[in-house]
Design a binder for this molecule. Structure first.
Ligand SMILES: C[S@@+](CC[C@H](N)C(=O)[O-])C[C@H]1O[C@@H](n2cnc3c(N)ncnc32)[C@H](O)[C@@H]1O
Length: 376
């Protein structure tokens, strides 16, 4: 099977979780860098990683990496790469770009130079003198410059991997599905432990927990850009889907609840869970956090409450955090995990966290407050 080098991109702070997921898929020789995990594997890894990675943003195919300080250098070194090994004669290949701390800072110029270089190369290789039709499969090329090093990749995912396809409705501040999955992966929650998100909004965290709990591949219900690529034998996507179906454990009993003060969000969550194929696997209920009263022991609360960043919200949010702290005082066997940017969280909750981890929710700097329950 043909070998490829892949880059699983990760939000800042999630690299080690993405790396663990890549390792769990059997790819062990990894390099973990800021924002990405690089590994070499056979092409089967393209469908498998797209289907299974819960916390990565995208999977990109690495075509080449080199220093480029002038447009000539960028052109010649791009042209020297074997594009025809990846993009067929009829492939559609738009070029996007970014440049950070590099001599070549005009992104639009870099994009057109890369496009020209690929066209030149492919004209020679395919013996074409006119235009390429670009009527076939989609190959989005990216030129990323960082400190004068150009990285050329082709995106295998299409829309970002956070788009699982189930979120047909959402509220004001929905969490990215990839971050929701990461929040769960950062805990020791196991599918047979109770799980509650008392600020569930559109249901992202409980839905991701249910997918993890039944080992359902997060990409099972969506499409990917590389599904029609000629370098991936067509049966490999089918095989990867069959593998996902075989590994799903639909018999796993789950005890997952999502609640929210807003009844409209409960309806949205229900619809999203149905769209995810989970039916009534998750319990949804309209409830305010002060009424939280878990019935069992050793459960997990994993949640993303409002942060109180909007003017006028502070009082309400302060009370909400106090209510959560008060409610949980009676349940010491429960572990509580809360993502918020609110620096007063521990004071309001009434307890210092066992552990904290810095994470970004989009561009918002947050802390992931972790309280380990005393198991009984
Ligand atoms: C940041 S959103 C959660 C977003 C969710 N993680 C998602 O992906 O859609 C916070 C949620 O807390 C709910 N909320 C606000 N005050 C509450 C309270 N006192 N009790 C329970 N839920 C509350 C809001 O209705 C909102 O849906």
């Amino acid at each position: 099977m043909r070998q490829v080098t892949l880059i699983a991109t990760a939000a800042m702070g999630l690299e080690s979780i993405v790396a663990n997921e890549v390792r769990d898929l059997g790819y062990t020789d990894l390099t973990v860098e800021n924002g990405r995990v690089i590994f070499t594997a056979d092409v089967t890894a393209i469908p498998r990683c797209n289907l299974w990675l819960r916390t990565a943003d995208r999977v990109k195919l690495l075509i080449g990496q080199f220093e480029a300080k002038s447009f000539d250098e960028l052109f010649e070194k791009t042209k020297a790469l074997p594009w025809e090994d990846f993009i067929p004669e009829d492939g559609e290949f738009p070029v996007i770009g970014k440049s950070v701390k590099s001599t070549l800072f005009s992104v639009s110029d870099c994009q057109s130079i890369v496009k020209k270089a690929i066209v030149e190369r492919m004209k020679i290789k395919y013996g074409i003198t006119s235009w390429f039709e670009e009527s076939g499969a989609f190959y989005r090329v990216e030129i990323a410059l960082l400190k004068d090093v150009a990285t050329l990749t082709i995106d295998t995912s299409g829309v970002g991997l956070h788009k699982r396809g189930y979120r047909i409705g959402q509220g004001d501040a929905p969490l990215k599905e990839t971050l929701a999955a990461a929040l769960i992966k950062l805990t020791n929650w196991k599918p047979d432990y109770p799980f509650v998100d008392p600020f569930c909004g559109s249901g992202t965290i409980p839905i991701e927990a249910a997918l993890i709990g039944q080992n359902i591949a997060p990409g099972f219900n969506r499409e990917f850009a590389s599904e029609n690529w000629s370098i991936i034998p067509s049966n490999l996507w089918e095989k990867a889907l069959e593998e996902a179906e075989d590994l799903a454990n639909y018999d796993q009993v789950l005890d997952i609840t999502g609640s929210d003060i807003d009844h409209r969000m409960i309806e949205v969550s229900k619809d999203n869970a149905i769209e995810a194929g989970l039916g009534d696997l998750v319990d949804w209920k309209q409830m305010q956090v002060s009424d939280l009263n878990p019935k069992k022991n050793n459960g997990y609360i994993i949640s993303n409450p409002p942060y109180g960043e909007r003017l006028g919200d502070k009082k309400e949010v302060d009370k909400m955090y106090k209510d959560l702290g008060l409610a949980m005082q009676s349940y010491p066997s429960w572990s509580v995990y809360v993502l918020t940017s609110n620096e007063d969280f521990e004071t309001l909750y009434g307890l210092k966290a066992t552990k904290k981890r810095k994470l970004f929710n989009g561009f918002i700097k947050t802390d992931y407050y972790q309280y380990f329950g005393k198991r009984v």
